[in-house]
Every structure is written in structure tokens, then in C-alpha cells.
Design a protein around this ligand. Structure first.
Ligand code: BES
Ligand code: ZN
Ligand code: ZN
Length: 520
């Protein structure tokens, strides 16, 4: 419904502005409209007072006979990148106008930052402006494209997201609309990308007693319902998982009272129904207590987001379906809890994966690789053109890169290039990590079995030994493992995401899938 309103509104022509004086009582407090407009930084050689308004801002300024630029100069120093300032009562249609700083014009792709600085600046500035207006309880905001409507829409929708489903007092719901630009297609694409990431954020943030494996699968099923013509869903129950001989997955789920679900999604977007699919596999631990190798209680609550891989993978498939991307995708999400109990797997137990390999489980907290092992084995039946698995797999990944980028371990230079290209566009970055035999040796040296679920030198290179373990279950020539533990949550590092679970790297997965669709 919201989507419908936004879309309809986006198609509405922007009203003719007027600078007649107006009466405040005409504008009801509850349905005040706001406007976000951009301003670039001056070039070094230019005078202090030089203003570079965007096209939309300049148009608005002109309709007010220069009143906006006059006030902007009067109100203080030039707006720095990402900073914003609100002006009240300038225009009868917009009681609140937020001016936002966009940094240097034409900053473009930065080769050292590995992202498009202009796009990032727009996301940051627009999100700051929208939030300021949301705090003022403005219920509808028109947004300047700032030269890139998709990035502006992403900034608006990502910036306004706030998880308050379970609170009595809610933040103001804000609807958004493109202002002063004809690029409605770019704007709508940005809305869909950002809503995809917000779906992953919602699933990750929600408490584990709400998002159980069963509830997760049901939510995704509901989100995909409008796309039933192109989507098939299987919610595989425990009996199916047993038939498939997924002993590694079952060794994790058996400690919990919540039944496991193996979620299987098929999105058939390609005109060629026989086209080999892209296979996306996501770790779906709806709560990771560590099992018998129990985690310390401090911050254990964050482990409700240990299904971030499944959330981002499923959300990207929902987004691909909304965008009608001409590509086939299969999504797999092994979903369960990792809990300690009398029935739980014990350190030293040996279990057998679907491909017959035996695994000594020396640490029950290294459970993600166990559930992914079986999902990866199974995924090969679809003869995929590429396999990408996504998982909040190791604390070591967070130590290595923090929240700057997701680690990519891949056996394919082609796949790396595709993922990297996508991440430069979205600003949700990836960084390549090694898959040396060095690490393989450390997981294949097990006292009782073919493999050990932790590396021989347990703390050293933890993200790399985990990746080496997964590799033992992959035969495909184009496979990538994304360790997203470091990017799972946001404090204030990504300015256009509030504090909380990040939903990263959903937009990068969507952009990557769109790239594959484009290249046939
Ligand atoms: N889910 C955790 C990894 C994690 C940590 C994700 C922090 C997000 C934030 C994973 O299951 C785990 O506990 N891994 C262990 C592996 C170790 C026992 C080899 C870890 O990283 O400590
Ligand atoms: Zn764990
Ligand atoms: Zn985990």
C-alpha cells in the first residue's frame, strides 16, 4: 500500500511554486509537507559566498526570487558534506525546507575508497535531511534527486527506517516523493533497492522469539506472494532434511525445541526457463547461543541477527522479483536455532554431512559452517552458473575488516569482479580474502574425522579457516563465500543507516544479480 502511494505520488507533477505570503493555520500540523534540497561545496578557488545549488534547488530558489540562497548565506557557514539546515515558512506548500550538503560536485568513483563518492554523499545527505524532517513530525517529504534519483531514494528510504514494531510510541511515518526531476525510473529503483535492505534489517533486528525458523519462512512466503507467477517456494520440514541426509545441519538444530526449516526459493525471471540459475545460500541461525560451547552472555542478544545471511539472500530475491530482473535465481536458507540442551551436539562429537564427509565438531559455536556445508552440497543439483553463500560466519572477520566491507573468499576471478563492480555502485563494499591451501590443511587435520569444524590453531586466521572448511563442500568453478559478520550491525559508521542491524549487503547482492541479468 505504501509502495503504491509512493509510486502514485512520484508520478504526480511537482506543483507550481508560489512565493505569496500565507497563513500558518492553513497548514495542519499533522500533514505538513517538507522538502529536501541539495547544495554542493564550492570549489577551492571560488569565493566564500559562492553557492552551488542543485538544479531542483536552483529552480525552487528562482520561484522564491532568490530568497532561499539569501537565507542560506545569512544562516551560517557553507553546508559541509552530510550536514543539513532547516528553513521554516519559506513557501506555502512546504512549511519546512531542509538544505543538505552534498560535498564536491562530480566527485565520482574513488579508486582508493572502492565506491562512488557522489552516490554515497547523496545517500548520506538525503538521509540526514529526511531524518531531520521526520524529527519535526513532517509526514510527507519531497526529495531533490541531487543528480542521481536512485541514490537519493536509497538515502531517503534507508535513512527513515526505524524498527519500532514492538514499541507503543512510534516515530512519524514519512512518505517520500521525487521533486523537480523527471527520473522517476531511477527514483523507483532506489525505493525498491532500499526497501529490500529494510526487509533484511527488519528480519535481523526482530527478536529471536518472534523470528523463529518457521516465522522467518512464513514472512518470506508472504513477501513473495505478489510474485507467485515467477516464484516457487518450498518450506522443507525436518523429515525432508532427514531424508536428504543433512547430518551436519541436523547436528546444529537438534539442541533446540524449535523445528528447523530448509527454505528453498525459485525465482524464474529469465525468458529462458532453462537458463542455469544463480544460487544464493544464506546462513539462517535465528539465534546462536553457541550451543554447549556457550557464548558469554554479554552481547549474546546480537546473535538474533545470526540469520543475516538468510535475511539478505531472501530479501535480495524478493527485490529481484519486484524489479522483474530477467535472471533465474535459486535461494537456499537452512534455518534453525543453535541451543544447548540434553539433546545438543557435544564438543568432540562426529557427524556426517550430505556428501558423506565426516566432521569432528570440536566447537559447537562454529555452527554456521555446518549448516552451510549441507546446503552447499544440495545446491549443486540445480547446476548453478554461480554459487554465492552469505553468512555471519566468524568474529574473526569483524576483527579483520570491521564494518568497512564484507569479506569475499572465492575460487573465481570472474565472480570476484562481478561482486566488486556491484559493490562500488552500491557503496556496500566487499573485499577479497584468501583461500590458500595453508588454511585447508588446518581444517582437514582432524583426530577422528575427515574434517574438524575449527582450525588447528583456533584463533589464527579464523575467517580464512572457516572459508577453507566451506570449500570442502563445493565442486562448482564459480563460488564465493561472503563473511558478513563485520557488517552485521551499524553503530554510526554508515551514516545513512541508523544504529541497529544493517541488512548489508542486500543492495550489493541485488546489483550483482542485475549485472548477471544484463550480461545474459
Ligand atoms: N555467529 C558467530 C559469528 C559472529 C560473531 C557473527 C560476531 C557476528 C558477530 C559464529 O557462529 C561463531 O560463533 N563463530 C565462532 C567460530 C569459532 C568458535 C571458531 C567465532 O567467531 O568465535
Ligand atoms: Zn556460533
Ligand atoms: Zn553463528
Amino acid at each position: 500500500m505504501t509502495m503504491f502511494l509512493v509510486r502514485t505520488a512520484a508520478r504526480t507533477a511537482v506543483r507550481t511554486n508560489s512565493c505569496r505570503s500565507f497563513c500558518v493555520s492553513h497548514t495542519q500540523l499533522s500533514d505538513r509537507k517538507g522538502l529536501v534540497l541539495g547544495v554542493f561545496e564550492k570549489e577551492e578557488e571560488e569565493d566564500e559566498g559562492t553557492l552551488h545549488l542543485t538544479e531542483a534547488a536552483a529552480g525552487f530558489d528562482k520561484s522564491l526570487s532568490g530568497k532561499l540562497s539569501e537565507l542560506l548565506k545569512l544562516s551560517g557557514p557553507a553546508l559541509k558534506n552530510g550536514k543539513s539546515r532547516v528553513f521554516y515558512g519559506l513557501h506555502k506548500d512546504f512549511p519546512c525546507v531542509a538544505l543538505v550538503g552534498l560535498g564536491k560536485n562530480n566527485a565520482g568513483v574513488c579508486r582508493t575508497e572502492n565506491w562512488d563518492t557522489s552516490k554515497e554523499n547523496i545517500r548520506q545527505a538525503v538521509s540526514a535531511g529526511c531524518r531531520l524532517l521526520q524529527d519535526l513530525e513532517v509526514s510527507h517529504v519531497e526529495v531533490d534527486s541531487c543528480g542521481d534519483a536512485q541514490s537519493a531514494a536509497e538515502g531517503a528510504v534507508l535513512g527513515l527506517f526505524h524498527y519500532d514494531q514492538l514499541k507503543s510510541k512510534k516515530k512519524t511515518k514519512v512518505t517520500t516523493q521525487l521533486h523537480g526531476s523527471a527520473d522517476v525510473v531511477g527514483w523507483e529503483k532506489g525505493i525498491v533497492y532500499a526497501e529490500g535492505q529494510n526487509l533484511a534489517r527488519l528480519l535481523m533486528e526482530a527478536p529471536a522469539n518472534h523470528i523463529t525458523p518457521t516465522a522467518f519462512a512464513k514472512t518470506i512466503e508472504e513477501k513473495l506472494a505478489p510474485h507467485a507467477d515467477r516464484v516457487t517456494i518450498h518450506k522443507r520440514p525436518q523429515a525432508w532434511i532427514e531424508e536428504q541426509q543433512m547430518g551436519a545441519f541436523l547436528s546444529v538444530s537438534k539442541g533446540s525445541e524449535e523445528p528447523p526449516v530448509f527454505l528453498e526459493l525459485h525465482y524464474n525471471g529469465s525468458p529462458d526457463s532453462k537458463q542455469p540459475p544463480l544460487l544464493l545460500v544464506g546462513k539462517g541461525i535465528t539465534f546462536d547461543s553457541g550451543g554447549i560451547s556457550l557464548k558469554p552472555s554479554a552481547s549474546m542478544d546480537a546473535m538474533r541477527a545470526d540469520m543475516g545471511g538468510a535475511a539478505t539472500v531472501c530479501a535480495s530475491i524478493v527485490t529481484a522479483a519486484s524489479l522483474k530482473l530477467p535472471v533465474n535465481i535459486v535461494g537456499l536458507a537452512p534455518l534453525c536455532e543453535n541451543m544447548p540442551s540434553g539433546k545438543a551436539t557435544k564438543p568432540g562429537d562426529v557427524v556426517k554431512a550430505k556428501n558423506g564427509k565426516t566432521i569432528q565438531v570440536d566447537n559447537t559455536d562454529a555452527e554456521g559452517r555446518l549448516i552451510l556445508a549441507d546446503a552447499l552440497c544440495y545446491g549443486h543439483v540445480f547446476n548453478p552458473r554461480a554459487i554465492v553463500n552469505v553468512a555471519t560466519l566468524t568474529g574473526a572477520m569483524d576483527v579483520a575488516l570491521g564494518s568497512a566491507a564484507a569479506g569475499v573468499f572465492t575460487n573465481s576471478d570472474w565472480l570476484w569482479e562481478q561482486l566488486h563492480r556491484a559493490s562500488v555502485v552500491t557503496g556496500d563494499r566487499v573485499w577479497r580474502m584468501p583461500l590458500f591451501q595453508h588454511y585447508t590443511k588446518q581444517v582437514t587435520d582432524s583426530q577422528l574425522a575427515d574434517l574438524n569444524n575449527i582450525g588447528k590453531y583456533s584463533r589464527s586466521g579464523g575467517a580464512c579457516t572457516a572459508a577453507a572448511f566451506l570449500r570442502e563442500f563445493v565442486k562448482a568453478p564459480h563460488w564465493a563465500h561472503l563473511d558478513i559478520a563485520g557488517v552485521m550491525s551499524n553503530k554510526d559508521e554508515v551514516p545513512y543507516l541508523r544504529k541497529g542491524m544493517s541488512g548489508r549487503p542486500t543492495r550489493t547482492l541485488v546489483e550483482f544479480a542485475a549485472g548477471l541479468a544484463h550480461n545474459g
